[in-house]
Write a protein that binds this ligand. Structure first.
Ligand SMILES: [Zn+2]
Length: 376
């Protein structure tokens, strides 16, 4: 769960960016064609994944790919070069659904297909080691004279983890609580120039998980996307960077991830915050590794005490957000946008009283901290 200062390129480029391997889909014409009438392709983009968050057996589950850029491609005459037909990026819906239309000048299209990108325009994307964003093309339809449903489309098993990682980051973007823009924090108000989160993954990678501050890139090993906690933990480092509008160098933490032993105040804060981001977004109280093993952030015997222990910081943050601050983290997000504490102590003792109105540092808050062996 480290944070790297430098981009590691230990592994050569793998694979092509344009992915094949479609699931077989039924095809059904849905409307008759006429000159000047739109021809639409619709369907749903889903992915199968092994869920580490569901246990060490990692059962296979299925979800929709949400918020992904989707484009219509094709050509009207056989002599035309195929090209993108939709003028602007569109997005898959909450059920992975899409419907893209083009109005040909004649009664049919020579070819048409749909291209999906593992990117939500300039906000986050999943790319390979060459920097190419993963894409997925539907089957190509020929001589298309009427709208058609492509049914359910799924990426191949060797690329599905890219789509799982991509889709998981939706949870953070939906909950970033930035009223100023579509960007990750209110420091950026121009929605056309948000800092983009890059996620680098390949199906053979052993390079991860960690977050590289300078390139805003999360590096994931092959199986890392199976744990949504892992993806969101690393995304949490990026989020702190965006809230602070730059990662203070003195908080860079390169030590081994040790959740229940004393490290340093800065490491416990940086890693504890990232743990709390993941657990908060997933609605639980634990960390889950990509192999499905898990640990609770409830303090237990054998743990080191105090605020230099990552797990104690994580549990404290989760309890403050859920039980003291109104049931959510929104006021902490606002606070961290205007302050950049380097330790949990600074966050709690110095910054929470500065919030307007102040966030509690009273007995109710302190009692939760004490349950995590933090005594202020
Ligand atoms: Zn970390």
């Amino acid at each position: 769960m480290g944070i790297g200062k430098k981009l590691s390129r230990r592994f050569a480029a793998f694979g092509a960016a344009v992915l094949a391997g479609m699931a077989a889909v039924p095809l059904s014409a849905t409307s008759a064609a006429a000159v000047g009438a739109p021809v639409c392709l619709s369907g749903n983009l889903l992915y199968d994944y092994q869920s580490a968050d569901a246990g060490t057996s990692k059962p296979t589950m299925t979800k929709p790919v949400r918020s992904a850029n989707v484009e219509l491609w094709g050509n009207e005459k056989p002599t035309d070069s195929p090209h993108r037909l939709t003028a602007d990026f569109q997005y898959t819906a909450g059920d992975g659904g899409f419907k893209l239309c083009h109005t040909p000048t004649t009664t049919s299209m020579s070819s048409m297909w749909v291209r999906f990108n593992a990117e939500s325009t300039k906000l986050w994307r999943v790319n390979d080691t060459r920097g190419a964003t993963y894409t997925l093309d539907s089957q190509t339809l020929h001589n298309v004279s009427s709208s058609a449903s492509l049914g359910v489309i799924k990426p191949s098993s060797d690329t599905a983890r890219a789509w799982h990682a991509f889709d998981t980051v939706n949870l953070l973007w939906w909950n970033r609580d930035n009223p100023a823009s579509i960007c990750w924090s209110s420091h950026e108000t121009d929605g056309n120039h948000c800092t983009e989160l890059n996620i680098q993954w390949t199906d053979t990678s052993t390079d991860g998980p960690y977050y590289d501050i300078g390139s805003h890139t999360i590096h994931l090993s092959a199986a890392d996307p199976d744990s949504e906690h892992t993806v969101l933990h690393e995304s949490g480092h990026f989020f702190m960077n965006r809230l602070f509008n730059g990662f203070p160098s003195y908080t860079i933490c390169t030590s081994q991830y040790i959740y229940n032993r004393a490290g340093s105040g800065t490491c416990a804060w940086v890693e504890g915050f990232a743990d709390a981001v993941a657990a908060y977004l997933l609605g639980d109280y634990r960390y889950v590794w990509p192999n499905g093993t898990e640990m609770s952030f409830a303090y237990s015997s054998g743990w080191s005490t105090g605020d230099q222990v990552e797990g104690n910081v994580t549990g404290s943050l989760l309890d403050l957000w859920r039980n003291v601050d109104g049931g959510n983290w929104n006021r902490t997000i606002t606070l961290l946008t205007s302050t950049a504490p380097s330790t949990f102590s600074e966050y709690f003792n110095t910054d929470r009283p500065k919030a307007g109105p102040p966030l509690s540092t009273g007995w109710d808050a302190l009692s939760y901290l004490r349950s995590h062996s933090i005594q202020y």
